[in-house]
Design a protein around this ligand. Structure first.
Ligand SMILES: *Cc1c(COP(=O)(O)O)cnc(C)c1O
Length: 360
């Protein structure tokens, strides 16, 4: 068996030790005689798996006790609506930072529920950098400030956490959560679809401060009410049990590795290596301002786009998969989430140099 290096932006690679463990436990989880996917979500076996996963996530991120952790479905895209439905309250307005394709989608959905004020936008610069704190035109009356710390498509990552006037900060961390330590207390709410850096598709993690739970907009569906999920331990209905279990294995893998500080060091090395290969060549280019470059998603173009198909075909032959850039921006994109080993980045860098040599 040979495993490829898969640079997909999501669903993305899972750590090999996690897949092996899942394989070992597939037919009979810990002597239960059941696969986790076959268990009742209210049975003692799954309740233990769920509780352990939450405890491990809380430990990894040092989540304060006044925050609730929810294990939901619906993807990050459902949070684009769930956030305004739960947080706009009687204020009816919110600030959004427009920094790329995903924040644009969040903004479009926000408009359906209240007044959206764009506190910053880098659209006229084709989303090639994060705006600086002093550029943010934050209102004093916003119910919350929404931003996207890592824009998965453009490869732009905020190098700082924005300060708000008074409003809680809401962050779509779908493609960066668990890539490094964060101070959860700086945020009112964090959400992330799991399929980038956490686990398989089908699970969405929400970390929300308790005081932001409990007042929803008229007409909010039961399933979109944070309070319902918080009060039922994310078991109001059937949660995505197998995805929850796999995410739990990822959390244990991260703890074994030394936690998020250790993971961040590895991620920094991987990103530096790949950006250096791009910057030290006239054949490859990355359009993002260096201080805003993502550790997780690295878009790059070839000087001669007519060689794109040859580049991708040669990469596939080397077991380097899914390097094609997002259809909206073209070129290439290497997503190098936690589960991408350093050897995968090394193999990509080596292939890029070899491809450039044979083109010259
Ligand atoms: C992938 C992604 C989304 C969409 O996630 P779904 O789970 O497919 O809804 C939203 N925001 C960001 C930053 C993403 O990377």
């Amino acid at each position: 068996m040979s495993r490829a290096y898969n640079f997909s932006a999501g669903p993305a690679m899972l750590p090999e030790p996690v897949l092996r463990r899942a394989q070992e436990e597939l037919m009979d989880w810990h002597g239960s005689g059941m696969c986790v996917a076959e268990m009742s979500h209210r049975g003692k076996e799954f309740m233990a798996i769920a509780a352990q996963a939450e405890a491990d996530l809380r430990e990894l991120l040092a989540i304060p006790s006044n925050y609730r952790v929810l294990f939901l479905q619906g993807g990050a895209s459902s949070q684009f609506a769930m956030v305004p439905m739960n947080l706009m309250r009687d204020i009816g307005r919110a600030d959004y930072l427009n920094t790329g394709s995903w924040s644009k989608k969040a903004i479009a959905e926000g408009h359906r529920y209240g007044a959206v004020h764009i506190a910053a936008s880098t659209q006229s610069e084709r989303f090639t950098r994060a705006p600086a704190q002093h550029e943010l035109d934050l209102s004093t009356t916003a119910a919350y400030v929404h931003y996207t710390p890592n824009e998965t498509i453009e490869g732009v990552e905020f190098p700082y956490v924005p300060e708000t006037v008074a409003a809680p900060l809401v962050a779509d961390m779908s493609s960066t959560l668990l890539s490094r330590p964060i101070a959860v207390s700086r945020y009112g709410l964090i959400y992330a679809g799991a399929q980038k850096n956490i686990g398989p598709a089908g699970l969405t993690i929400v970390i929300v401060r308790e005081d932001l739970i409990g007042v929803t907009m008229v007409g909010t569906p039961t399933m979109f009410d944070y309070r319902v999920h918080a009060e039922s331990g994310s078991m109001y209905n059937t949660p995505p049990t197998y995805a929850w279990y796999l995410a739990g294995l990822v959390f244990q893998w991260l703890k074994d590795l030394g936690g998020l500080a250790a993971m961040a060091e590895i991620n920094r090395r991987k990103a530096e290596r790949l950006y250096a290969a791009i910057d030290n060549s006239d054949f490859y280019a990355n359009p993002v301002e260096p201080s805003s470059r993502s550790w997780m998603n690295v878009p790059f173009t070839l000087a001669d786009p007519s060689r794109d198909e040859a580049f991708l075909a040669g990469a596939r032959e080397q077991g380097l998969l899914t390097l094609k850039g997002h259809r909206s921006v073209g070129g290439m994109r290497a997503s190098i989430y936690n589960a991408m080993p350093e050897s995968g980045v090394a193999a990509l860098v080596e292939y890029m140099a070899e491809f450039e040599r044979t083109q010259a």
